[in-house]
Write a protein that binds this ligand. Structure first.
Ligand code: PXP
Length: 245
């Protein structure tokens, strides 16, 4: 069977631009519709505690206008789990969150947060929401994730992306993702990846045989300012398709 890597388009930064001026444009629902039309397999949004970009109204509006799945990134706390339970996105990805960070700077430490995650998962267990967790490509994190009963991980590709920009330690960072994907597969986990991916660095990640989904946001929205959202998504799809040939 031909391999397909799902592309999740993260539209958080359409809301960042909107919120920078407190206007009602650019509209996130427009971005979601264009992304769907351009071949995104899913829309990803992160409702942060400080609502710096996407808010729950956006989440509800997006769910109402598109026919592809919505993946909601949230911190593992009661407020966010209540939002997920109410809006029922197709999937939830648990991410770490610090108020001062510019973006999600690393994966969630499953070992450190094991008990809290266990409680959080329990409160979503009566829903059909698929669960994933954003972790660093690390064996111990994978073992802990498996112990929690979570079946899908998203590897944080930020260290690889940074290495790629600096052209330093690229092989080392890439190998961590390759080896972690192989280990995840061995213990029965499904692998996604994302963070900092661009036209230039996505090929090596998409080429990893057992990665089935990529979530890409900042670069896609930034590039869209000059080249349009549809063109950018089509080109990203094309690069991913070339990578998996
Ligand atoms: N995946 C997850 C879990 C994230 O938290 C983010 C950033 O919000 C991304 C993917 C997308 O990262 P970027 O915006 O750098 O493409």
């Amino acid at each position: 069977m031909e391999r397909h890597v799902r592309l999740g388009v993260n539209i958080d930064h359409v809301a960042t631009l909107r919120n920078a001026r407190g206007e009602d444009y650019p509209k996130v629902v427009e971005a979601a519709k264009i992304a769907e039309k351009s071949g995104a397999d899913l829309i990803t949004v992160h409702v942060r505690e400080d609502r710096r970009h996407i808010n729950e109204q956006d989440l509800g509006d997006i769910l109402n206008v598109i026919n592809i799945p919505v993946n909601l990134e949230i911190a593992a706390n009661t407020e966010m789990v209540n939002i997920a339970s109410y809006y029922k996105p197709d999937s939830v990805c648990f991410v770490p969150e610090k108020r001062q960070e510019v973006t999600t700077e690393g994966g969630l430490d499953v070992i450190k947060n094991f008990d809290n995650l266990k409680r959080t998962l329990k409160s979503l267990s009566n829903t059909n929401i698929k669960i994933s967790i954003f972790i660093d490509p690390d064996k111990d994190q994978l073992i802990a994730t498996n112990k929690l009963g979570i079946k899908t991980v998203e590897f944080h590709t930020g260290s690889y992306a940074n290495a790629f920009s600096k052209q330093k330690n690229v092989k080392f960072e890439l190998n961590k993702i390759i080896e972690s994907t192989a280990f995840a597969k061995k213990i029965g986990l499904i692998c996604h990846a994302g963070h900092g991916l661009t036209f230039n660095n996505v090929t090596s990640i998409a080429s990893i045989q057992d990665i089935v989904e990529l979530n890409i946001g900042h670069f896609i929205i930034a590039n869209s300012i000059f080249y349009g959202l549809e063109n950018t998504i089509l080109k990203m799809r094309d690069i991913i398709a070339q990578a998996i040939k």
